[in-house]
Design a protein. Structure first.
Length: 52
């Protein structure tokens, strides 16, 4: 029973870390989704990023 709880916490923790890494990489690369083109594209604007 204790092993199952440890494995569950490990699985949830791994999911959170993997999701945070994905979001961080998308944000760092400034990759945006274009719903009209159904694809991803890199932002080619030469101005500094507009951080909110």
């Amino acid at each position: 029973m204790a092993l199952a709880i440890v494995l569950l916490y490990g699985l949830v923790g791994f999911g959170v870390v993997a999701f945070a890494a994905f979001v961080g990489s998308i944000r760092a690369l400034q990759v945006y989704f274009d719903p009209d083109a159904d694809s991803y594209f890199l932002d080619d604007d030469h101005d500094p990023p507009n951080l909110r």
